[in-house]
Design a protein around this ligand. Structure first.
Ligand SMILES: [Zn+2]
Length: 150
C-alpha cells in the first residue's frame, strides 16, 4: 500500500484526496481539489441514498502537505495568479521528471510525452554533474517550465 510505504497514516479521506489528485491532469490547487471532491460527493448523493462524505478545506490542505512531505506528490509554485489570488500552490502527483506549460492564467499542463522526453534528453548529464560539483549539491530531479506568452 502506497501510504504505508511512505509512512503516512491512511484515512479514507486521504485516500480520496490522493486519488482525485492523481486522476487530475490540471495540477490543482488545494481549493480546486476541495471543490472537485465536494462536487463529486454532491453528484453521488443524487444517485445513492448514502450521505456524501464532506471533506473540509483544512483536511485537503493538511493532506496535501503530508503527501508532499512523504514524497507522494510535489508542490509547484505557480508564477501567475489563480482564482485564489497570486501564489497559490499547485500540486502534482507525477513524480517523474517532466515538462510543464504555464498558461497566462496560471494553469499548468504537462507537455505531451514525446515532446517531454525529447526536451529532457537534450539536457546534458555532464551539465547536471557540473552544477552538482560546482555548487556542492545533489540534484534530485529536473523540472522544466515553458511559460506561454500573454
Ligand atoms: Zn506535471
Amino acid at each position: 500500500m502506497l501510504f504505508e510505504q511512505n509512512d503516512l497514516r491512511w484515512t479514507k479521506q486521504r485516500e480520496e484526496i490522493f486519488s482525485a489528485l492523481r486522476a487530475s491532469l490540471a495540477h490543482p490547487t488545494a481549493d480546486e481539489l476541495y471543490r472537485l471532491l465536494n462536487s463529486e460527493s454532491a453528484a453521488d448523493l443524487s444517485t445513492t441514498p448514502a450521505p456524501a462524505t464532506h471533506i473540509s478545506l483544512a483536511t485537503v490542505y493538511n493532506s496535501l502537505e503530508a503527501f508532499t512531505r512523504s514524497g507522494l506528490c510535489r508542490r509547484l509554485t505557480s508564477p501567475t495568479a489563480t482564482t485564489e489570488g497570486v501564489g497559490a500552490f499547485r500540486y502534482d502527483a507525477e513524480m517523474a521528471d517532466h515538462t510543464h506549460l504555464v498558461s497566462p492564467d496560471g494553469r499548468i499542463t504537462d507537455l505531451p510525452d514525446d515532446l517531454n522526453a525529447r526536451i529532457l534528453a537534450h539536457i546534458p548529464q555532464e551539465l547536471v554533474r557540473e552544477v552538482e560539483s560546482r555548487l556542492g549539491i545533489t540534484i534530485d530531479r529536473l523540472s522544466v517550465e515553458f511559460i506561454q506568452a500573454k
